[in-house]
Design a protein around this ligand. Structure first.
Ligand code: NAD
Length: 254
């Protein structure tokens, strides 16, 4: 799908990878609306306050986009939160409130956003040579495939999102809507800014090449490539410099 002239929603578009996606889509000529809890949308983008974990908030924000623009062509389903914790310790079971909170944003939030947006995409006029009605990109993670020690909730949310990508591609193919995912490795964003430098060095050592953090604009370029390429469907593209994380870091086992 050619992004120019299209209406795109980016969840979590006010920071990090989402901001990279917003800027790429703006540069490609799309009208971009960031759904976020707080902060400011990048210059040139619109902002609608939305908590993706709250279905009423998602319903209202999607309706607001329809009221303003009449349709939605692209969804970058990116909002997410991190969090660590073991399933149990000698002191007791793991923190289920934390587990539910992460699932609530990363999995249930992502799912209800796709539901409300895809429903609206179905009403679009077919566009381009293949008659596409919409493109959805899910932000997964390398933890979708290799969750490390302590990453249970995050891994549960992101592996489910990766698995759902193919299911949603199958659900929505009858309507000419594609669904794909990007699975970033270690990316330089506010989400990971508080990690100790030694841990970052250890994580980046898992990269084959190049041994550096990814940049938000590199993620935006992959998102744009997926949007522009009709034959990519039901696919997850890793953006991780070949990293295959081991069971644990020294920090987790310390
Ligand atoms: P970030 O913290 O910089 O940005 C996340 C954005 O999502 C923020 O603007 C935040 O306000 C928003 N957000 C959080 N909860 C929300 C909610 N309930 N409703 C609406 N917006 C909400 O983080 P980031 O690193 O840019 O992460 C973006 C996505 O990429 C996340 O899904 C994350 O899991 C994933 N990811 C990040 C990395 C990395 O290394 N940074 C690696 C793999 C995957």
């Amino acid at each position: 799908m050619e992004p120019a002239g299209k209406i795109a929603i980016v969840s979590g578009g006010n920071s990090g990878l989402g901001e990279g996606g917003v800027k790429c889509l703006l540069a490609a000529g799309a009208t971009v609306i960031s759904f976020d809890l707080s902060g400011d949308a990048p210059e040139g983008a619109e902002f609608i306050r939305c908590d993706v974990s709250d279905e009423a908030s998602v319903r209202a924000a999607v309706a607001e986009v329809i009221a303003r623009h009449g349709r939605i062509d692209i969804l970058l389903n990116n909002a997410g939160i991190g969090g660590l914790g073991p399933v149990a310790t000698p002191e007791g079971p793991g923190d289920m409130a934390n587990f539910r909170a992460i699932i609530g944003v990363n999995l249930l939030g992502a799912t209800q956003l796709v539901g409300h947006v895809a429903h609206r995409m179905m009403a679009n006029q077919p566009s381009g040579p293949d008659g596409e009605r919409g493109v959805i990109v899910n932000t997964c993670s390398i933890a979708s495939f290799e969750g490390q020690q302590g990453m249970g909730a995050y891994t549960a949310s992101k592996s489910a999102l990766a698995a759902l990508t193919l299911v949603w591609a199958r659900d929505l193919s009858h309507y000419a809507i594609r669904v794909n995912g990007v699975a970033p490795g270690f990316m330089d964003t506010p989400m990971v800014a508080m990690l100790p430098p030694d841990l970052v060095t250890e994580l980046l050592a898992d990269n084959e090449f190049p041994k550096r953090a990814g940049r938000a604009e590199e993620y935006g370029q992959v998102v744009e490539f997926i949007i522009r390429t009709p034959l990519i469907n039901g696919e997850i593209i890793r953006l991780d410099a070949g990293a295959r994380p081991p069971a644990r870091t020294k920090w987790a086992s310390a």
